[in-house]
Structures are given as structure tokens and as C-alpha cells.
Design a protein around this ligand. Structure first.
Ligand SMILES: Nc1ncnc2c1ncn2[C@@H]1O[C@H](COP(=O)(O)OP(=O)(O)O)[C@@H](O)[C@H]1O
Ligand SMILES: [Mg+2]
Ligand SMILES: [Zn+2]
Length: 462
């Protein structure tokens, strides 16, 4: 690697994953273990002091600090509000990240248009689309644009200058990977630019008390492109998720300095944009047949919110080679574990079966409390026997075939009852629960017992 000295500044190598700096090029980052992540970057000497925009605030005596009732602006979309913890806090910097095409720009354009009016201007700066393209999208979404100011601009200072003049109530930057700070020679999207721009936006938001939204793309590995540092700087991190083939979108809060994390909001992508799903459990179960072979309903918990999901399984004899396992929406390793326990402790001969598991609606279920649902769906498909249609199940499966406690059972049971299910198999282990009135709980100790209680009795023929 040849390195010519540049007279205008020093060069450093910066890890594009985590932001670690090094004077030499390194093949592997000692901090985040990423290979080939170092990129040479020219730093013009004292960038940080180039143009300070934060005022110095004198220290305040603790007893004199006044707690203002958090200055929250409610967002017009209730599901968005829920995820933000009840509204948008003044001066907060909110990152919305997700795969390309998932709907980040759509969501923010909708939110901007609905918050904007002539007394509350919104600046929407896009480095991804032209003003013309944004207008076309707005027309498709049926949005008018009073008070909404569009800029196709990537120079951060230019954007902030405009924002200073328009004195908006909200600023949107789509996306953080396309903007740049001109005093830095690194390319837009590099860790140096992303970090500097984010820091500057943070300072500006705090200084003016104006909330700022930024979007960020996600790389294949699932991290926000380039830097982890981004997540550390901003106040709130939201993920917009969904499977490409499904119209459902989950907005999840993974960091929130002003509210609880792990809240989710559920939307559906339609021609007219993202529409709130008011009764998600019902939406996810709406296509469930009564036969219910290879299908189990599980009350999962998304943050504080219980969601009923349907887990489906299909077992078919392996035609050649090794049996295959396919997991859509559930953790692959949990599938292997559950399959092993079903084989060894329940006596199902799954060794020569291909097994496919799917969560309907394109949802992803991460928690082990969904194990029992997966197990019951597999057992049902394998035995070709229906699952009791009025039944929901919840519980983690342990290696010796025992059922382990699930958290916040009462919340889950309330949702089960609300959607008209009559019975719920729960783990015997764990604290005692008082179920809602119109539902019977079936406490069960082992997976074997759960399978025999959960499947409808098959009429013996012949
Ligand atoms: N004409 C259309 N009708 C319905 N949905 C559309 C239309 N055009 C785009 N979409 C939806 O909008 C999505 C693009 O959303 P967008 O907000 O641009 O995503 P992101 O900003 O996250 O990359 C597409 O994946 C598609 O689902
Ligand atoms: Mg976009
Ligand atoms: Zn690194």
C-alpha cells in the first residue's frame, strides 16, 4: 500500500464498522473483529473546533433544576407515538433504520406531512430522491404539503442553514449516509462523515429544541451501515422491519432515552402508504383455518405488548440426503433444539423428516416462550392431527423435555382471552397466575404432556 503524504492534513485509517482509528492500515479491527474494515481518511486538523455550534451552559445547582413536563409533541400516527414513548421530545435526535425499500422514507414523509402546517414548518432534506420524486410519492400517498419544505441536498451545513431560516418544528434527514460535512474529506457514508454529521445534528437539535429524524440503511449483517457509533450518539433508535413478501411492518424501539424500549408499532404497507394496524393479533390470525393441522397460536410479547401469532410447521419425509430444517420467523437454533427434544423426550421420529417452520404475516418471534408453539405445530403436522382450535400455548422448552416459565403470563393471557381463545397451555413452573375469567389455563410440566393435551384426539381407524 503506497501512502503519499498529503500536505493539507494527516491521514488516519478508520474502521468503517466501529470507528476505531489507527495510524496504520490493519487487516482486522482489534475492537470489533471486522476484516478489511479500515479505510484511509484525511482529517483536516482541528475539525472539532472548526465551528462550534453549541453554547456553553453554566453548571446548575441540583436543587434549582426544574423538571419540565417532558416537552412531547404527539405524532399523528398513534402506533408511531406508542413506539416513541408517547410523543416526540423537543430537541431529540431519532434514528429510523431498516432495509432499503422497507418504508422509511414513506413513514417519514407521512409523518412530516401530517405534522406540517403553516405555523409548524417541517424541513425534509433528501439525498436519496429528487424533489420531483418526493412530490410524486406525496401525490400517491395523498399528502398535501402546506408547511412542508423539501430539499434535495446533501451538504449538511446547507441543510442546517436553511433550517435556521425556516425555523421549523421538525427536521428530517433522509438518509444520514448521504449527507456530508464539507470540512471533512471523507466520503459520505463513511464512518467519519456519519459520525460528524450525526454529532452536528445532535448539537443543533439540542440547541434549537427541534426534534430531528434521520434514516439509516442497514447492511446485510443487520448493523446500521458503517458505524455502530451512530446508535450511541442518537437519543432514540427505531427499527422498521418486515419481510419483503409481507405487507406488515413493525416499528420497534431498541433505544429510547425518553421512554421504554422494545415497544412496537404495527403498520401495513398499502398503496396509500403505511396504515396503522389497530388490532394486530387479529390481523395476524385472520387467515387461520379451523382445521389447524400444523398450526399453533402463541401469545408472544413485544415489549410490553402481547401479540398473538400463528406458528406453522410442515414435516415431510426426507427424499434423499440429510433431513432439512427451514426456519422462517423463528430462530434456527431453537428449531433444532425443539426438534431434538421432540425426538428424544416425546418419541417423535423426526430424524428422517424435513421440517419447515413459518410464522405467518412475516413476523419474527425471538423469544424462547414460543418454543412450545413451534413444538406443537411440528407434532401436529407429523402426526397429521389438528391442534385444538380454541387453544393457545406458551412456554420455553428445556433440554430434558421440561416446560420453563414464560414472563408476564397475565398480560399474555389477557390477549388470548380478548381474541376469543378458550384455553391456554402454560408452564407449571413459575409464579402463580390469575387468568382472566373467560379462559381456562392448563398448567403442564413437560413437553410430552403438552403435546398430548394440545392435539385433538385422532379417531382410530381400522
Ligand atoms: N406504487 C406503489 N404502490 C404501493 N406501494 C408502493 C408503491 N411504490 C412503492 N411502494 C412501497 O414503498 C416501498 C418503498 O418505500 P420507501 O419508503 O422508499 O423505503 P425506504 O425509504 O426504507 O428505502 C416499496 O418497497 C413498496 O413497498
Ligand atoms: Mg428511502
Ligand atoms: Zn472496528
Amino acid at each position: 500500500m503506497s501512502k503519499s503524504d498529503k500536505s493539507s492534513g494527516r491521514t488516519v485509517f478508520v474502521c468503517q464498522e466501529c470507528g476505531r482509528e489507527s495510524l496504520k492500515w490493519l487487516g482486522r479491527c482489534p475492537d470489533c473483529q471486522q476484516w478489511n474494515s479500515f479505510v484511509e481518511t484525511v482529517v483536516r486538523a482541528p475539525v472539532a473546533s472548526a465551528r462550534p455550534i453549541a453554547q456553553v451552559t453554566p453548571p446548575q445547582e441540583l436543587s434549582r433544576v426544574v423538571i419540565e413536563a417532558a416537552d412531547r409533541t404527539p405524532m399523528p400516527l398513534a402506533e408511531f407515538n406508542r413506539v416513541l414513548g408517547g410523543g416526540l421530545v423537543a430537541g431529540s435526535l431519532v434514528l429510523i433504520s431498516g432495509d432499503p425499500g422497507i418504508g422509511k422514507s414513506t413513514l417519514l414523509l407521512q409523518a412530516s406531512a401530517s405534522m406540517a402546517h403553516n405555523r409548524n414548518r417541517v424541513v425534509y432534506a433528501s439525498g436519496e430522491e429528487t424533489v420531483h420524486q418526493i412530490k410524486l410519492r406525496a401525490e400517491r400517498l395523498g399528502l398535501t404539503g402546506d408547511g412542508l419544505y423539501l430539499m434535495a441536498e446533501t451538504d449538511l451545513e446547507a441543510i442546517l442553514n436553511q433550517a435556521e431560516q425556516l425555523t421549523p418544528g421538525l427536521v428530517v434527514i433522509d438518509s444520514i449516509q448521504t449527507v456530508y460535512f464539507s470540512e471533512l474529506e471523507a466520503t459520505p457514508g463513511s464512518v467519519g462523515q456519519v459520525r460528524e454529521c450525526t454529532l452536528r445534528l445532535m448539537q443543533w437539535a439540542k440547541l434549537r429544541g427541534v426534534p430531528v429524524f434521520i434514516t439509516g440503511h442497514v447492511t446485510k449483517e443487520g448493523a446500521i451501515a458503517g458505524p455502530r457509533v451512530l446508535e450511541h450518539i442518537v437519543d432514540v433508535v427505531l427499527y422498521l422491519e418486515g419481510e419483503p413478501f409481507s405487507a406488515y411492518r413493525l416499528l420497534r424501539s431498541v433505544k429510547n432515552r425518553f421512554g421504554s424500549t422494545n415497544e412496537v408499532g404495527v403498520f401495513e404497507m398499502k398503496e396509500a402508504g403505511l396504515v396503522e394496524v389497530e388490532n394486530p393479533s387479529q390481523a395476524f390470525l385472520s387467515q387461520r383455518g379451523l382445521e389447524a393441522i400444523g398450526s399453533a397460536v402463541v401469545p408472544t410479547l413485544e415489549g410490553s405488548r402481547p401479540l398473538l401469532v400463528e406458528i406453522q410447521a410442515l414435516t415431510t419425509p426426507t427424499s434423499f440426503g440429510l433431513p432439512r430444517r427451514t426456519a422462517n420467523g423463528v430462530d434456527f437454533n431453537r428449531l433444532l433444539l425443539v426438534t431434538a427434544v421432540l425426538t428424544k423426550r416425546v418419541g417423535l421420529r423426526l430424524g428422517n423428516q424435513d421440517i419447515m417452520v413459518n410464522v405467518t404475516g412475516g413476523l419474527r418471534v425471538g423469544e424462547p416462550a414460543a418454543d412450545l408453539g413451534m413444538a406443537l405445530a411440528i407434532a401436529s403436522s407429523f402426526r397429521d392431527t389438528g391442534v385444538d382450535p380454541g387453544l393457545a400455548v406458551v412456554g420455553e422448552v428445556g433440554l430434558s423435555g421440561e416446560l420453563r416459565a414464560a414472563s408476564q403470563l397475565e398480560r399474555r393471557l389477557t390477549e388470548v382471552a380478548r381474541l376469543g381463545f378458550k384455553r391456554c397451555i402454560i408452564p407449571q413452573a413459575g409464579p402463580k397466575v390469575t387468568p382472566p375469567r373467560d379462559i381456562d389455563i392448563i398448567p403442564v410440566g413437560t413437553l410430552r404432556e403438552a403435546v398430548s393435551r394440545g392435539l385433538v384426539r385422532k379417531k382410530t381407524t381400522g
